[in-house]
Ligand binder design. Structure first.
Ligand code: ZN
Length: 196
């Protein structure tokens, strides 16, 4: 290590960058299940490879509710901001007590983002587009207890606990990637065109 200060992620990141996948506690077998948004073919659904449970979600209220207390999220309301998935409101797999609060992450990428952020000693605001309100960035909305330098060791220990849970859930190790830059796998069309 060179001793230079680690930098916090610079691109604007919001919680909505991490809602393409929620790891949750399966309501049937208590192993790690996955909740994903609608794919075009089917509505948002919860699937568990442990017990085979599949549940589909039905919207009953419009809009996005932002609230830190999932116990108050109405059924059928898309909601974010607490330790549960946005659709079924099942408890997140990646949640652990920390300093009297709950540290949570929706998925491996979110957890990797939190580690990068909390490890960073340089937390200048990320560059942003003029059209993007500053408060929409995830870093600006992270709770104060998570940002305080004096809490860093405790928060990193909680992050390590969650990383271990991630391994126990049979998931691949966390990587932080911006989903917007992911072009997805390219499908081969089959028969290669002969070169002339
Ligand atoms: Zn299950």
């Amino acid at each position: 290590m060179s001793g230079t200060a680690k930098k916090a992620p610079r691109q604007p990141v919001t919680l909505l960058d991490f809602v393409d996948e929620f790891l949750v506690v399966c309501p049937r077998c208590a192993l790690c299940a996955v909740v994903r948004p609608s794919s075009g073919e089917h509505p948002p659904r919860l699937t568990c490879t442990g017990c085979g449970l599949v549940r589909e979600w039905e919207s009953r209220r419009k809009g996005i509710l932002t609230s830190a207390d999932p116990s108050r999220w109405p059924v059928g309301q898309y909601a974010v901001g607490g330790a549960a998935d946005a659709y079924f409101h099942e408890p997140l797999w990646l949640a652990t007590p920390c300093l009297g609060e709950t540290l949570w992450a929706t998925n491996a990428r979110h957890l990797a983002f939190l580690r990068q952020y909390v490890e960073a000693t340089d937390r200048r605001a990320p560059e942003r587009a003029d059209t993007e309100p500053r408060n929409s960035t995830l870093a600006s909305r992270l709770p104060r207890w998570l940002k305080l330098a004096k809490n860093r060791a405790a928060v990193l220990a909680a992050i390590a606990t969650l990383e271990a849970k991630l391994g126990a859930g049979g998931r691949s190790p966390p990587r932080y990637e911006n989903p917007r830059s992911d072009g997805g796998p390219s499908l081969s069309s089959g028969g290669a065109r002969p070169r002339s």
